[in-house]
Design a protein around this ligand. Structure first.
Ligand code: M6R
Length: 603
């Protein structure tokens, strides 16, 4: 959701910015723009739609040694060239890009900018006009006006500002939206995500909320909100350029689906010690073991992963688990238990809905753990503990390998806590052995692409809607399967608890409606089969995804058997591929579905 890149001190800043913006495409955007300058000239270019539209507008003379670029995901004002960033002050001198949402933009307009006229409809334009107004009205230098403006502005922001009259400095500031400084030889970069600038450097410095940074080719200076200088060590990004390239794959999503067995094996390597025990921070295990209830807080696919891990955690630890949607939990907090422990599940580590809950939890003084794919992300920094997913960058908007990695990491955690509490079920479990079986089972399902593609065509090619049904964990996987299908293929898909159909939803079943049943549980499988029969007799076209041990000859997709509490890790694979093929067959962009952003940094 919106992306910022910038560079100072290197020839052809325009090319570096375009390629950085391309690497931020995965975040989701609907317009893009850049500003480049050197001592002789400056250029501001914007385009609606894809970055290609922007790069097509760059003529030979568009060059610079300093520049900032932006991909915009519309919040205030529709997607258009006018609303695309960078925005300029009324006198044209200041150029600004912004991620986030300015909450008090109306008050700022009335108090400081009553006589200004605006070019577009964005809150960002208010910010750049404010900085210019402070320079004019209070005779402040650019840096001081910028620092004063960020004190006035309320909301979330990552800002990058250039003053055309001194085009050798980028001023940046951040609050709740991600932004990093990258260190190069005689140049510096800025970016929302290290991925964007990995071809320039792999040494980065974090910026903390409320800080401003003055970035030039040779140096950068961080100041806190009171103007004190801050020194912070750089870190080396543990990322490889090949991690973020598609290679021979047509889409990132397919690559990421295929990577899941390797991710399982990487998690085993990471979390198993030489004796075969779970290696986790002792204080994390002790705090979790001392809690009387675990609250998992997450959004979208991460929430679905929380649901799918609930039974495993409860069985291994005997601690009750509740999974909650962040956007609901934050504003309707349930009555909490006496010793709660909070787990924030978030692939990106930047999701604003989840972060607002973490802020409240920290204020209440409760212990927290963020399970994330991104080291150093906001939720990782702000929670007491972090566990990493080690899934490698997930670029496709549709989350796949992060979902399975989240479930696996929670299972490893539950095993560690269960062992510590000497729970019998945990002592009888060898999670690393079970995950290695899962990895092999995943490979089997991944090798069924041709069959899955054909089934997808047979069942979903002409449909407007589709249903996934299941019970228990199969219901939770149904919810995830439906989310995947709808977000990229735009088929109206819903995941239902199979037993609930007859209480209302069955009214939607018509001749030919696809109903896909997931069956991996001994206790409930026969009931789900009964529910499939009910819809079949009302015209539905049913497809069964079933564990080998419960399979019948007429079932369409048979899953290798794995531990009964880990079946979600395998049953989800064909549903990811069904979503992928349905999208391809309809001719849509698999990796960049409409209206969606990868990293959702606004509430
Ligand atoms: O980065 P997060 O895991 O916090 O993101 C949460 C959701 O926005 C995300 O899972 C979303 O639902 C995916 N696009 C689903 O594929």
């Amino acid at each position: 959701m919106c992306g910022i890149v910038g560079i100072v001190g290197k020839e052809h800043a325009e090319k570096i910015i375009i390629s950085g913006l391309e690497r931020l495409e995965y975040r989701g955007y609907d317009s893009a723009g850049l500003f480049v300058a050197d001592t002789q000239q400056s250029h501001l270019i914007k385009a609606q739609g894809r970055i290609k539209n922007l790069s097509d507008k760059l003529t030979q003379d568009v060059q610079g040694t300093i520049g900032i670029g932006h991909t915009r995901w519309a919040t205030h004002g529709k997607p258009s060239e006018n609303n695309a960033h960078p925005h300029t002050s009324e006198n044209g001198r200041l150029v600004l890009v912004h991620n986030g949402v300015i909450e008090n933009f109306e008050e700022i307009r009335q108090q400081y900018l009553a006589n200004d006229s605006f070019y577009g409809e964005t809150d960002t334009e208010i910010a750049v006009h404010l900085i210019a107004a402070l320079m004019e009205q209070e005779q402040l230098a650019t840096k001081e006006a910028f620092q004063k403006a960020v004190q006035i502005i309320q909301g979330s922001y990552a800002f990058a500002l250039v003053d055309k009259e001194a085009p050798e400095t980028i001023y940046v500031a951040k609050n709740k939206s991600p932004l990093l400084i990258g260190i190069g030889e005689n140049f510096h970069v800025i970016c929302s995500d290290a991925l964007a600038m990995l071809d320039q450097t792999n040494h980065f410095v974090e910026i903390v909320d409320g800080e401003t940074v003055t970035v030039t080719a040779d140096a950068f200076q961080i100041e806190d909100a009171k103007g004190n200088l801050v020194y912070r060590e750089s870190y080396e990004a543990q990322l490889d350029l090949t991690d973020i390239e598609k290679g021979t794959y047509p889409y990132y999503m397919l690559k990421e689906v295929d990577e899941q067995p390797a991710v399982m094996r990487r998690l085993i390597q990471t979390y198993e010690d030489e004796q075969g025990n779970v290696q986790l921070d002792a204080s994390l295990v002790e705090e979790l073991a001392a809690s009387d209830r675990i609250y998992i807080v997450a959004c979208g696919t991460s929430y679905n992963a929380g649901l799918a891990a609930k039974k495993f955690i409860e069985t291994m630890t005997h601690i009750p688990v509740e999974a909650h949607l962040s956007s609901e939990f934050g504003y309707n907090m349930p009555l909490l238990s006496k010793k709660p422990f909070f787990i924030f599940l978030t692939q990106s580590g930047e999701t604003a809905d989840s972060r607002q809950v973490l802020v409240q939890i920290n204020q209440l003084g409760y212990p927290s753990l963020t399970i994330t794919n991104v080291a150093g992300s906001t939720l990782s920094r702000e929670a007491k503990h972090t566990l990493l997913l080690h899934a490698g960058p997930e670029i496709a908007v549709a989350s796949t390998k992060a979902y399975t990695a989240q479930i696996a990491v929670m299972a490893i955690l539950a095993q560690g806590v269960g062992n510590y509490l000497a729970i019998e079920a945990a002592q009888e479990m060898d999670i690393f052995h079970e995950l290695s079986l899962v990895a092999t089972a995943m490979e089997t399902m991944i090798s069924e692409k041709a069959v899955i593609s054909q089934l997808t065509e047979d069942y979903l090619s002409n449909t407007r809607n589709a249903f996934y049904i299941g019970r228990g964990n199969d219901y939770y996987v149904s919810s995830e399967a439906a989310l995947k299908l709808k977000e990229i293929s735009y088929i109206q898909a819903e995941g239902f608890a199979a037993g609930e159909l007859k209480h209302g939803t069955i009214a939607l079943i018509e001749e030919g409606t696809p109903v896909l049943g997931i069956i991996t549980d001994a206790l409930t499988g026969s009931h789900t089969r009964g529910n499939l029969k009910e819809v079949e007799s009302r015209g539905a076209k049913t497809l069964v995804i079933v564990s080998e041990e419960f399979a019948r000859p007429t079932d369409q997709l048979v899953l290798p058997n794995v531990h009964p509490l880990l079946t979600a890790l395998v049953s989800v694979i064909p549903t990811q591929l069904i979503a992928y093929f349905a999208t391809l067959q309809r001719g849509y962009d698999v990796d960049k579905p409409r209206n969606l952003a990868k990293s959702v940094t606004v509430e």
